[in-house]
Design a protein around this ligand. Structure first.
Ligand SMILES: *[C@@H]1O[C@H](CO)[C@@H](O)[C@H](O)[C@H]1NC(C)=O
Ligand SMILES: *[C@@H]1O[C@H](CO)[C@@H](O)[C@H](O)[C@H]1NC(C)=O
Length: 487
């Protein structure tokens, strides 16, 4: 902000210390020449929340449209997700040939997702070994997402069907560090995933873009004794075998255009290791690397990006979540992702959940919705503005990200002020046309925290020459849309 800048300059010239209470303003230069990839979208995994709430149109509207929708008594700006990840289940309650599923003592019932292939008698999807009637609520949300324009759909597995597992427990092996998929079922898990993908195309009008047969496979916490959800450890060489089998099974069903994504490791560093050990054959069959964000502020995001980008494969932040309802941790990790991991999609884990994990606070077991977490509006600042097809630019600092819409000549900047209240300046001098002088820059504000401003819109900021600026409260996130910008 010009006046403040002048004051600071005078203070410096006179050798004075900064005036107490007056904050320095900062300028970030948006790098018009950078290209961090073409954005594919934002999304959520379905799984437990959709098993609980999948028939609700209001929730489908809130996540998969940009309309205003009332949920839990609050008018919400729709988040405009276009990605949905469908979790094919691993559980079934039947007994077959005297055998039934083993259930961990701590299993949370709402996290048991019913699977379609209930016994090993037949691989034919029209046989009685398959029950296509299960998991109707999650399938309903998948269809609602598609009907509202979600055009990037992924099929993923947390564990193979229980009967494929060594201990018949889809929460994990006894040790957590040993594979739980029996070696004679390496092919069956691939048959399961491919059969569901094919059935969805033929019967649900759902064309999965990708199939991911693993979830956090290198983790050591998928254990029968302590498991609270479905999960399965896979050694990297087992992953490679299953990937090869899956490619074969998809191809033989006419799904050669369906890509395989892998391995949805928990940590950036595990993804680096798995990527390095997978081997050229399996790696050649994986079109996209999916990684989760559970290493939070740690981990070598840049190493993973550099490895993956050299191969021309896509890279997604395919799952992120934590228990901070304020949005603070989410934003700080998302900014790290966009700057260092450079994913082309960013997918939240459970849109509804308890303990601060949900965008909307809910109990998936009791099927009750409590309130909307501030993190919902924080995410809206990004997902409603950085849209599929935009080019992600280097925002010029660790507190800002930028995206460019070439056809609309629109620049989007999202920035966060972690410090005391101050003006942040955005320098557009690297653009050949930095917008129209004096034109309005639209902006939206959300206060990170337990309450405060929620996605409030303003038209009180103008371009001034080659820059614009705005006052930020501490821990405020603001989104700007600048028209008439040419790279
Ligand atoms: C059923 O169980 C018996 C006894 O364990 C076993 O010998 C047989 O092979 C099983 N049949 C099938 C179809 O799994
Ligand atoms: C900002 O833009 C609006 C709309 O074009 C205009 O009315 C107003 O005068 C501008 N303000 C400044 C300071 O340029």
């Amino acid at each position: 902000m010009a006046a403040l800048l002048q004051a600071a300059t005078i203070a410096l010239a006179l050798g004075l210390a900064a005036v107490p209470g007056a904050s320095a303003d900062q300028t970030t230069v948006i790098d018009a020449k950078s290209n961090l990839g073409t954005w594919e979208g934002w999304g959520t995994s379905l799984a437990w929340w959709a098993v609980a709430f999948g028939t609700r149109d209001d929730l489908a509207d809130a996540f998969f449209t940009t309309k205003t929708v009332t949920v839990a008594g609050k008018p919400l700006p729709g988040l405009g997700f276009n990605i949905a990840r469908y979790n094919v289940g691993a559980s079934s309650k039947n007994t077959y040939n005297g055998t039934k599923m083993a259930v961990s003592p701590k299993m949370i019932a709402s996290r048991q997702v019913e699977g379609f292939w209930t016994d090993w008698a037949s691989a034919s999807p029209s046989s009685s070994s398959w029950n296509w009637g299960v998991d109707s609520a999650q399938r309903a949300m998948l269809a609602k997402a598609r009907d509202r324009g979600a055009n990037v759909l992924e099929l993923f597995s947390n564990s193979p069907m229980w009967w494929m597992c060594a201990n018949h427990n889809p929460s994990g092996s006894d040790s957590g560090t040993a594979d739980n998929l029996q070696s004679w079922n390496y092919g069956q898990h691939a048959v399961y995933m491919a059969t569901v993908a094919k059935y969805a195309a033929d019967n649900w009008n759902v064309k999965f873009q990708s199939v991911n047969p693993f979830n956090e496979p290198s983790a050591d916490w998928w254990k029968a004794g302590t498991g609270t959800q479905e999960g399965c450890h896979f050694e990297v060489n087992t992953q490679a075998t299953v990937i090869g089998n899956l490619r074969k099974e998809l191809d033989s069903r006419g799904l050669s255009g369906t890509i395989i994504s892998a391995s949805d490791e928990s940590y950036y560093d595990q993804a680096v290791t798995a990527f390095s050990k997978l081997g050229s054959t399996a790696l050649g069959q994986v079109a996209r690397i999916n990684v989760h964000g559970y290493q939070y502020a740690s981990g070598k995001r840049d190493t993973l990006y550099s490895l993956v980008s050299k191969t021309g494969k896509k890279l997604w932040q395919s799952e992120y979540g934590e228990g901070d309802a304020t949005g603070e941790r989410m934003v700080s990790n998302m900014l790290l992702d966009l700057r260092w991991l450079k994913p082309t999609a960013w997918v939240y884990w459970q849109a509804l959940d308890g303990g601060g994990w949900g965008l909307i606070d809910a109990d998936n077991g009791a099927k009750s919705i409590a309130s909307v977490n501030q993190k919902y509006w924080v995410l809206a600042q990004f997902s409603r503005h950085i849209r599929p097809g935009m080019k992600i630019l280097d925002g010029g600092s660790d507190y800002s990200v930028a995206a460019y819409d070439a056809s609309a000549k629109k620049l989007v900047v999202v920035a966060v002020n972690w410090g005391s209240a101050q003006y942040l300046n955005f320098d557009l001098s690297k653009f050949s046309t930095p917008g129209v002088d004096k034109a309005v820059v639209k902006r939206w504000v959300t206060q990170i925290g337990s309450s405060g401003t929620r996605y409030a819109a303003y038209s009180d900021t103008n371009i001034s020459g080659k820059k614009f600026w705005s006052k930020f409260e501490k821990n405020a996130v603001q989104t700007f849309e600048v028209s008439g910008v040419v790279l």
